[in-house]
Design a protein around this ligand. Structure first.
Ligand code: C5P
Length: 373
């Protein structure tokens, strides 16, 4: 250290000579060294306590500070449960409870991916190779067409854009997911179902004659080619494709009508609002199989696909018409379907596991289940 006085213009000596000067100078050096030591020790103490513990900071391996800091940043993937104050700041919608709110369930946060689009659009035409091979093997008897070509042609007929926005703290989009279970019969949920912004139905799902129990309003109808029927104006047909031929079929059914058969007869022409047709994204299909149904069953049931679709586009999700009968059959509210337990033998879906997921989502406060009769 340099004695700062040695750099100043020298003061006139007031007597005492060279000895006095040496004594004064060495005192100054001592004071300066002491202050520097004090500053050094204080900064050492603060840096150690910021790192999380005095005395341990020098024992940490290189890079420790970096990884510790990353963990402290609250992430969407549920790194830690939020305090009530943090949770209210993190609110993603205007409903009392929002599907997208983080910090409510670690299980949900760890598996939920808000970035994956439920809709297959012009912007996500390309499938990752693992998704592509999984998807084309769902019905392996069909030789795949070129996806690029098929989708290019399809998006000349339908918009090929996602109509869904991102989270908005001022919005409360309430959705009813209506399965086809016989538990709807006599349940009287019609008016409650119709009171939602979106009402999502699946496959045949008749409403005429079932208004009291199943409601009459529909905004989204999810079907695959072999289950497709004409829909009322203003209803969004969400096509659930299992093969590239299904994309060729929907293009054809809305234009030239050349496809009449896949593994079963399909509608040559379909009366639906072309501008509202959406395609269920195979990447989203596989995401449900991987993260949520966890490979139970060969692939998730259409009801599961719709439930998770709703969990990614709605703020509040209410579930109706899910649940097997006392013998484990997937019975329907409009008919006595004798072979409705068939999937158990074939292993296509795992109804018990799906029922557990529904229960778990309800317990986590992400959905409300209306159990029916
Ligand atoms: O029978 P379908 O597949 O048309 O029913 C639509 C969906 O409703 C099923 O994929 C299943 O998820 C659900 N469902 C149910 N319990 C039933 C019948 C159907 O959970 N008894």
């Amino acid at each position: 250290p340099i004695d700062s006085d040695s750099l100043s213009p020298r003061a006139p000596e007031r007597g005492g000579g060279a000895r006095g000067c040496r004594a004064r100078c060495s005192r100054r050096v001592c004071v300066l060294l002491g202050s520097l030591a004090l500053v050094f020790l204080t900064s050492l103490f603060f840096s150690a306590s910021l790192r999380g513990g005095v005395g341990f900071s020098y024992l940490e391996p290189p890079g420790w500070e970096e990884s510790r800091r990353v963990k402290l940043v609250p992430s969407y993937a549920g790194a830690h449960r939020l305090s009530p104050a943090e949770a209210s700041r993190a609110k993603t919608c205007g409903c009392p409870r929002c599907v997208g709110d983080p910090g409510v369930s670690d299980w949900f946060d760890e598996n939920y991916d808000p970035d994956i689009s439920p809709v297959w659009t012009r912007d996500n035409v390309q499938l990752a190779s693992d998704v592509y091979y999984w998807w084309v093997m769902l019905q392996p008897q069909f030789k795949p067409h070129s996806l690029q070509q098929v989708l290019l042609r399809l998006f000349q007929v339908i918009p090929g854009r996602s109509p869904y926005g991102s989270w908005d703290p001022g919005r409360c989009l309430r959705c009813a997911v209506v399965g086809n279970s016989g538990n709807l019969r006599g349940a009287g949920y019609g008016a409650t179902i119709d009171g939602h912004n979106y009402v999502m139905r699946i496959n045949l799902a008749p409403t005429v004659g079932y208004e009291e129990d199943a409601g009459s309003h529909t905004t989204h109808h999810f079907m695959y080619p072999e289950s497709a029927k004409n829909l009322a104006a203003n209803v969004s047909f969400v096509v659930v494709p299992f093969k590239t031929l299904d994309l060729v079929w929907i293009t054809s059914a809305l234009s030239t009508g050349q496809i009449r058969f896949t593994y079963a007869p399909v509608k040559q022409f379909l009366r639906v609002d072309k501008d509202k047709v959406q395609i269920f994204n195979p990447a989203f299909f596989k995401y449900i199989h991987d993260r949520w149904t966890r490979h139970h069953g060969r692939y998730p049931s259409t009801g599961m696909l719709v439930l998770f679709f709703a969990l990614h586009v709605c703020d509040e999700v209410n579930v109706f018409g899910f649940g097997a009968d006392s013998r484990g059959n997937w019975h329907h509210y409009w008919e006595q379907n004798r072979y409705s337990g068939e999937f158990r033998k074939t292993g296509v879906h795992d109804a018990d596991y799906e029922a557990q997921i529904i229960q778990r989502l309800a317990k986590a406060g992400k959905i409300t289940v209306f159990p029916g009769k």
